[in-house]
Design a protein around this ligand. Structure first.
Ligand SMILES: Cc1cc2nc3c(=O)[nH]c(=O)nc-3n(C[C@H](O)[C@H](O)[C@H](O)COP(=O)(O)OP(=O)(O)OC[C@H]3O[C@@H](n4cnc5c(N)ncnc54)[C@H](O)[C@@H]3O)c2cc1C
Length: 380
């Protein structure tokens, strides 16, 4: 068993780390405070191939695989969680189109998403009354001649106001067909009838805008269908399996940043005449943080490796996402504690890490839903 990265994986990791340290980390606090990711940060990700790490080269991607993708997300999240989620969703959308799209859909959207300068990817599954249970969605798509007409509301859509293209799910079959009556569509930005809401006022991840989308008789041509009619739920589930590797990597990146800053602080800050790192209570916190991060990293990279080998990875992706996100919250909470009063103030990044980490146990399937997925496989 060899846990060392391949040459390509190491190169992508280093590229992401160098760029994140140089261009993103120094601006992370400002991205949070201003609630915006500068355009040049996103363009830079595109120029380095980081918006389409696992998309084939002939579609404008890097073709570097899922492990490289996971390593890259970790590095970017270590610098800025908001930028990492933007990168993660765009990669996920590009991959889904590359996998399920027709030749014209792939050539139209994949290169645009890979570059990022004409808009990003966005994934519109959740609704105001259907989050954990997307099979209960109410958005509909009705066939009208050579077009589909979408009607309904999506909620909590990351980057919905900066999208080049939105993957949106809608009911095309009767309600009693459940998840077998759902189809998936590609809706370009600016389509008539698509209305974008104001960004939510969130606890964390403030640089990444989360918006509601309304589809008010939004008309798209017949060839906007992604995958087969009534088989869109499969597209969503496959994309989310891969997405969970992305979110576990994001959680690990945030936790790594919190740990590194805690170690620095523990060496500098003195109490009772010694650096606080000399107190065993602080040492044990640091040890637990490091151990949980390493465990999360192994789970996440195993899921990425399985996906890359085209082997089943649904359960492993859920385990990675469950453990890494819960661990990130614990690690970031301890980081605040180690920083004492300074951990509660904006002058240090610890409080931002905790706010950013908190959502990783919620989106792309809550921890409860990951447990459901894992239980299904355990009891099969
Ligand atoms: C910042 C942010 C960004 C997001 N980005 C996107 C995006 O880009 N695209 C998108 O489609 N969605 C996105 N989401 C939505 C996210 O995926 C949902 O919020 C999440 O799936 C939970 O759905 P919900 O909020 O409706 O909660 P609910 O489904 O109402 O759940 C509420 C609580 O009940 C629990 N629960 C529900 N069902 C069960 C069960 N069967 N067993 C045990 N517990 C259960 C949940 O775990 C949770 O704790 C985003 C959310 C946030 C906060």
């Amino acid at each position: 068993m060899d846990l060392s990265p391949t040459e390509t994986q190491a190169l992508v990791q280093k590229t992401a780390r160098d760029y994140a340290e140089r261009a993103i980390l120094p601006r992370a606090a400002a991205i949070d405070a201003s609630e915006a990711i500068p355009g040049d940060v996103v363009r830079g990700l595109g120029e380095l191939g980081l918006l389409a790490v696992n998309v084939p080269v002939d579609l404008g991607g890097s073709g570097a695989g899922t492990v490289a993708y996971a390593l890259a997300i970790q590095e970017v999240a270590r610098a800025c969680a908001s930028t990492a989620v933007t990168m993660s969703v765009t990669n996920m959308v590009g991959e889904a189109i590359a996998h399920f799209g027709t030749a014209p859909q792939k050539s139209r959207y994949c290169p645009v998403l890979a570059q990022g300068d004409r808009g990003l990817g966005c994934f519109a599954l959740s609704e105001p009354d259907a989050g954990s249970d997307p099979g209960a969605m109410k958005t509909t798509a009705r066939r009208d001649g050579d077009a589909w007409v979408l009607r309904g509301n999506k909620q909590w859509i990351s980057g919905g106001d900066a999208a080049a293209v939105i993957i949106v799910w809608a009911r095309t079959g009767p309600i009693d067909a459940g998840t077998r009556g759902i189809s998936c569509f590609l809706v370009p930005a600016g389509t008539r009838g698509l209305r974008v809401g104001k960004p939510e006022d969130k606890m964390g991840l403030r640089g990444s805008h989360t918006v509601a989308l309304e589809f008010a008789d939004c008309r798209v041509p017949a060839d906007a269908l992604l995958g087969r009619e009534n088989e869109g739920f499969k597209v969503a589930m496959m994309a989310l399996d891969g997405g969970r590797i992305g979110i576990s990597s994001q959680a690990i990146g945030i936790a790594r940043a919190a740990l590194e800053e805690s170690v620095r602080f523990a060496k500098d800050r003195r109490a009772f005449g010694v650096p606080i790192g000399d107190h065993q209570a602080i040492q044990w916190k640091l040890v637990d943080m490091q151990t949980e991060i390493d465990a999360a990293r192994l789970l996440s990279l195993r899921a990425a490796w399985l996906k890359e080998q085209r082997r089943p990875f649904t359960r492993e992706a859920s385990m990675a996402k469950l453990f890494a996100s819960e661990a990130a919250v614990r690690v970031c909470n301890d980081a605040v504690q180690i920083h004492g009063g300074y951990g509660y103030a904006r002058d240090f990044a610890a409080e931002r890490h905790l706010r950013d980490a908190r959502v990783t146990t919620i989106y792309e399937g809550t921890s409860e839903i990951q447990r459901l997925v894992i239980a299904r496989s355990a009891l099969a």
